[in-house]
Design a protein around this ligand. Structure first.
Ligand code: EPU
Length: 421
């Protein structure tokens, strides 16, 4: 298994270009199933999760070609409606094919995605949305079986214990666009990735209003057409480079970034004493002072502070001046990085879903293990800050969500290399 070896103590400086958003691209690729026409999606990042989604489309019978950041799904119909365990079990976002399949073909068989290292990840809201639209759903031998003649529009409240759900909103929305009549989704997720999906669906001929708000109104249509679409830049990748720049004390310009998608992060970085300059073509981040201030963070649904940047901010606050408090309100168990950061000399205590971080002056390199995608990014940031060498194992997690990570970091002056381990 590959390892990442990082020699710490280097300030990141220079320009880095952000890739297309993984979490926008995955449901958009699933939405292609809603039409038999050709679709061309560009700004698609070269990531393992994207490859998995393309394999799923292929296994369903669609012809997929990829050239650089452009994916072409040829005109044609699916030849079967089963998304098998072997693929779905490697990526939860595979569940996004459920809504399109049942809406277009009236049948779907999708493996139950199961739990994951960041805590329980139920799918009750996905099923609630589809059932409300009239789908008969049962779970059998580890598969979700959905069937319906034609879905029927309905008013649906899609909130759960932790608020709105990104992929349940995507699934319900993708089903509703081909349903008969009008659907209203209340408490829809407002994440930019959902807005991107809506823009793509509208281009395909869907009738949706309320984009960017928690109330989506959809007039079902009989048929959607093919479309060409470019995916938005990745706000989590952007945020990760912003935090890395601030943590290492350098000055980095992140090209193509949309700072308006990172407002909550920018607010916290400014509070910490980081200098952030927003430009139309990207965002520039420089460390404003020798030691940054402690900050308190609570993760929330958009536009609140994203859970996908919680771990990276924990690395930054590990070496800030004072005590920071980070509370996780989306995935209360998403703290697996704490023990690894403490191995590197951080002083972090976990109390329920709240981490108390007593800032230390420095971290020291150590062998550590990546556990999930964003926790791995947090370890990379900690390793860049630390004195000495850090060896991060199980970095296949990083390949799921960060395109060309070593190349991008090396371009900013980091001493990073991948070795076969
Ligand atoms: N939830 C339910 N029931 C459901 C679905 C979700 O209770 O049926 C709960 C979850 O357990 C969680 C909360 O609702 O507590 C929010 O989860 P959500 O459904 O919004 O997460 P998701 O759609 O499965 C997406 C991203 C995640 C990101 C979350 C939250 C994709 C492919 N994944 O997941 O990204 O953390 O939204 O913003 O879009 C990542 O990229 O590393 C990642 C994990």
């Amino acid at each position: 298994m590959d390892k990442l070896v990082v020699e710490g103590g280097c300030k990141l400086n220079g320009n880095v270009c952000v890739s297309g958003a993984k979490n926008a691209c995955l449901p958009i690729l699933a939405a292609v199933l809603l039409t038999d026409d050709e679709c061309v999606i560009s700004n698609v990042p070269d990531l393992k999760d994207v490859t998995t989604m393309l394999k799923i489309l292929g296994a369903l019978g669609r012809r997929v070609e990829r050239e650089g950041a452009v994916v072409r799904v040829s005109a044609g119909s699916v030849t079967n409606v089963t998304a098998a365990y072997e693929l779905v079990s490697t990526m939860r976002a595979s569940i996004a094919v459920l809504g399109p399949l049942v809406a277009k073909y009236g049948r779907a068989k999708v493996s139950f995605p199961g739990g994951c290292v960041i805590g329980p990840r139920p799918i009750d809201l996905h099923l609630k949305g589809l059932r409300a639209l009239g789908a008969e759903i049962k779970v059998q031998e580890g598969y979700i079986l959905a069937e319906v003649k034609r879905l029927k529009g309905k008013r649906i409240y899609l909130g759960g214990h932790f608020g709105s759900s990104v992929l349940a909103t995507a699934n319900t929305l993708m089903a509703a666009v081909l349903a008969e009549g009008k659907t209203i989704i209340e408490n829809a997720a407002c994440e930019p990735e959902i807005s991107d999906l809506i823009n793509f669906l509208i281009l395909m001929g869907a009738e949706i209003s309320g984009n960017g708000t928690p109330t989506l109104k959809i007039n079902g249509v009989l048929k959607l057409k093919g479309a060409e679409y470019s995916v938005i830049p990745d706000r989590v990748e952007t945020g990760t480079y912003m935090i890395a720049a601030a943590a290492t004390g350098g000055c980095v310009f992140i090209e193509n970034a949309k700072p308006e998608h990172n407002a909550a992060l920018i607010d916290k970085l400014l509070e910490a004493g980081v200098v952030v300059k927003e430009h139309s073509g990207g965002v520039e981040v420089c460390r404003g002072k020798d030691r940054l201030n402690a900050v308190d963070i609570t993760t929330l649904t958009y536009p609140g502070f994203p859970t996908d940047l919680q771990a990276q901010m924990m690395s930054l606050t590990s070496v800030s001046n004072g005590i920071s408090v980070i509370t996780e309100k989306i995935y209360p168990e998403r703290f697996i990085h704490i023990s690894e950061l403490n191995r590197m000399g951080a002083n972090i205590l976990l109390e329920g879903a709240t981490a108390i971080i007593k800032g230390v002056r420095s971290l020291s390199g150590a062998p550590v293990m990546a556990s999930d995608l964003r926790a791995s990014a947090a370890l990379v940031i900690a390793a860049l800050v630390a004195e000495g060498k850090t060896e991060i194992s199980r970095i296949y997690h990083l390949d799921r969500g960060y395109e060309h990570l070593e190349e991008k970091l090396s371009g900013l002056g980091a001493r990073v290399k991948r070795i076969d381990g």
